[in-house]
Design a protein around this ligand. Structure first.
Ligand code: G3P
Length: 351
């Protein structure tokens, strides 16, 4: 009963938000609103919500807006993707729940939320695994990861459209500088609602506090947390520099989003619609990457102008501190960590 109410509530929000224009710019959607749309062969338009935590100023949201516009235009009115940013609709665990229930929904969220269903996704995005984006991208192409995508599709009805929406390595934005794990003792650090993040921050010396990102701005101001961990993109895009001015370069996890859709929705689409969606999300990921890499340098300068100080950290100490995280997941496939390290060695040798 509770679930039914939640679904009804979410649907009501979709309709009311779409009606009052809080989602993507309807006038750009290339659908029936501009009078040119023809719909599918039955003249129907499939409306799909695209939900994400990113705020409009962040590159991921900008690239998603472009994807949505391109899909709507190319589908000639048979598809209408509606983008909802800033977590105004369910994100995180609740967003995944929409996919699992087969809603007309695409979720752009941390890969770790797939890990709630197939725990090995946490292993492939664990702390201090990758030192470059390219290493991560190469890992996503391995059979090991492709098999996880197959598993979540077969066992949970989740089709993973992409794992490639990176938004930078995550470091610590706090009110005090951090150089060693000891510096994090007693610090309340916001993390996404994910065991991987909780264990990582705990191992690194801090007190993890789980909450959705959109709640963090007020939480820092109210003194509930001392900071958050996140990328330069997040720092600048969400204007967190107004609250905390110390950025300590732990680079402990890679900020990366998965794009997921339910298999039942996916199977209901025509082959042509599927191709359009796949191709446009792929293009979007490339644009997102290119622009993110460019913006990182620019944002570093802008953050400094806003009074942010960047700090190098004792990287070896943090690496050692985070090591125990890999033995904290009894639900991981035995030997998966060793397998990942082997793959990583091959990847590094090839690059
Ligand atoms: O806008 C929020 C985004 O940049 C980061 O969200 O939950 O991955 O920390 P999260």
């Amino acid at each position: 009963m509770k679930k039914v109410l939640l679904i009804l509530l979410a649907l009501a929000m979709v309709f009311s938000l779409a009606a009052c224009g809080n989602g993507a710019d309807d006038s750009d959607s290339g659908n029936s609103s501009n009078g040119e749309a023809s719909g599918n062969e039955n003249g129907e338009t499939k409306v799909i919500t695209v939900s994400t935590k990113f705020v409009d100023d962040e590159q991921t949201a900008i690239s998603l807006k472009n994807v949505v516009e391109a899909v709507n235009e190319r589908s000639d009115g048979s598809l209408e993707l509606q983008l909802f940013t800033s977590g105004v609709l369910p994100i995180g665990k609740d967003g995944m729940e929409q996919i699992i229930q087969g809603s007309d929904w695409i979720l752009v969220e941390g890969v770790n939320f797939l890990g709630d269903y197939v725990p090995d996704y946490n292993a492939i995005t664990g702390p201090f695994l990758y030192s470059t984006f390219d290493e991560y991208f190469a890992m996503m192409q391995t059979d090991l990861v492709q098999n996880l995508n197959q598993q979540i599709e077969e066992e949970h009805g989740v089709k993973v459209l992409s794992l490639d929406w990176v938004f930078g390595f995550r470091s610590m934005m706090t009110n005090e500088p951090i150089t060693t794990p000891e510096d994090m003792n007693g610090m309340n650090i916001r993390v996404p609602t994910s065991q991987l993040y909780t264990y990582t921050i705990e191992a690194m010396g801090g007190n993890p506090v789980s909450m959705p990102y959109p709640d963090t701005y007020a939480a820092i101001q109210q003194g509930v947390i001392d900071g958050v961990e996140g990328s330069i993109m997040t720092y600048y895009g969400t204007q967190q520099y107004e609250n905390v001015k110390e950025y300590s370069l732990t680079n402990h996890l890679l900020g990366v989003s998965a794009v997921s859709i339910s298999t039942s929705l996916w199977d209901s689409l025509t082959e042509e619609q599927q191709t359009i969606i796949v191709e446009e999300f792929e293009k979007g990921a490339e644009e997102n990457l290119e622009e993110t890499v460019k913006a990182e340098e620019e944002y570093e300068e802008l953050l400094k102008e806003e009074g942010v100080t960047f700090h190098e950290v004792d990287a070896a100490a943090f690496l050692a501190a985070a090591e125990p995280v890999y033995s904290k997941f009894p639900q991981w496939t035995p030997g998966i960590y060793e397998e990942i390290l082997e793959e990583l060695e091959k990847i590094k040798a090839d690059q």
